[in-house]
Design a binder for this molecule. Structure first.
Ligand code: HEM
Length: 177
């Protein structure tokens, strides 16, 4: 997993709960956690051990942590990858281009990066369907990113989730402001 994710996770926990709590979580995660640099890649095992420790330490379910963390990261993703985002895009346009532009840019910038292969389809002028399939199984993070985009663009969205075999399907539509 990308070091950017770990680096932001540390910032997210520290901002909300203080540095001592982050250190407590790192300790409770059991494995010797490295110093996370946003330019390097780290084993996924660190994410899951940190998440498990955070669940216990903060007494919050993992999916809720992932969702809030995704919301926190959304504005940073928009900032970091602004060169790939067209200023005239609506939030639905941004979501439609997540795979062929954004995640593609991530893979291009770093050959070791491994964002999930999303299938993003425009299903109506104001709606998009995203199909997610990843061994990491952390769609809660993706839903948080979508919610964070919606807030950043000030364009309210409705998300309807369903399951088709191993794929999680999100139907996202713009609702009136
Ligand atoms: C500006 C748009 C976006 C950018 C720049 C971006 C970037 C990234 C990056 C850098 C990673 C880490 C990849 C790695 O560890 O190798 C990642 C992972 C991920 N992204 Fe995105 N992302 C964007 C939008 C989205 C959206 C809209 C979703 C909604 C489903 C999403 C879902 C995920 C998930 C679930 C992961 C975790 C890895 C996994 O489950 O396999 N991303 N993304």
């Amino acid at each position: 997993m990308h070091g950017l994710i770990f680096n932001q996770l540390e910032q997210f926990v520290t901002k909300n709960h203080g540095h001592a709590v982050w250190e407590q979580i790192e300790k409770a995660s059991g494995s010797e956690t490295p110093i996370f640099l946003p330019t390097k890649m780290y084993d996924d095992k660190f994410l899951f051990s940190i998440l498990q420790a955070a669940e216990k330490t903060l007494n919050v379910p993992g999916d809720q942590i992932l969702f809030s963390f995704g919301e926190y990261m959304a504005p940073q993703l928009i900032k970091i990858y602004s060169h790939s985002i067209k200023p005239e895009w609506t939030v639905i346009d941004l979501l439609e281009h997540t795979e062929n532009t954004m995640h593609k840019a991530v893979r291009f910038a770093d050959k070791l990066a491994d964002p999930p292969k999303l299938n993003c389809k425009r299903i109506q002028s104001n709606a998009v369907e995203i199909s997610y399939r990843s061994p990491r199984g952390i769609i809660a993070f993706g839903k948080g990113v979508i919610s964070g985009f919606s807030k950043a663009y000030n364009q309210p969205l409705q998300i309807v989730q369903s399951q088709q075999g191993e794929a999680t399907i999100l139907r996202i539509s713009m609702t009136k402001n």
